[in-house]
Design a protein around this ligand. Sequence first.
Ligand SMILES: [Zn+2]
Length: 258
Amino acid sequence: MFFFFAALLAVAPRVWAGPPPAALPPLRVRAVAPDVFVYTSYRRYPGVAAPVPANGLIVRTRQGAVLIDTPWDPEQTQQLLQWVADSLHQRVRLALVTHAHQDRVGGLAVLQARRIRVYSSPLTARRVRQLYPAAAPLTAALKPYTLIRAGRTRLELFFPGPAHAPDNIVAWLPRQKVLFGGCLVREQAATSLGNLDEANLTRWPAALRTVQARYPKARVVVPGHGQWGGTALLAHTDELLRGAARRKSPTALREPLP
Ligand SMILES: [Zn+2]
């Protein structure tokens, strides 16, 4: 019996690597506050059984929809623009990118082909130029603190310091009290800090405290991946950072994920 079990274990990874990857789950869009929608796109990674979800925001305004981050790839970005047209009867007038990783910029080409303005910080624009040389340049319009007004909608973009990535920013909708933390914030079910390839573990805790102090009234906190919640997600991310510091071997927490 034991041998049979051991043989199964030895064979399992090869079985997984063999067949072509299954189709991705359909793009999901869910309302989290009036005029604010979280969309979730998916990507498969070799050796990871479940597709990896990533969250972005769509905000309906009187001047058209604002998109925060693109889906993982062009196809899901097309689907998202179609959803905005079919369900909100609007067009995306402006897109904002919260850092230069694929789960944030994978659909840039689609936006640029439709002549949708894409704003980012100067650092993100520079990094996108280096990492994705084929992409059209982003408009480096976002300062460390930027307030965007579209009709009655207010949207604040804020750089709290390096954390998950050197250039990560967060987005805040003061009327709806929705905080888009992006990859700086982990979901409640997360037991690790995610991809640390470009993380700054020394400065992440301070960046997180800055976000906590600035947005204590957040009703909905949206992480870059997984289920959204309240400000408890910020406390949970803080716990994970403390755990990583205690272990002093954060690489043990690495995942081949975004
Ligand atoms: Zn990232």
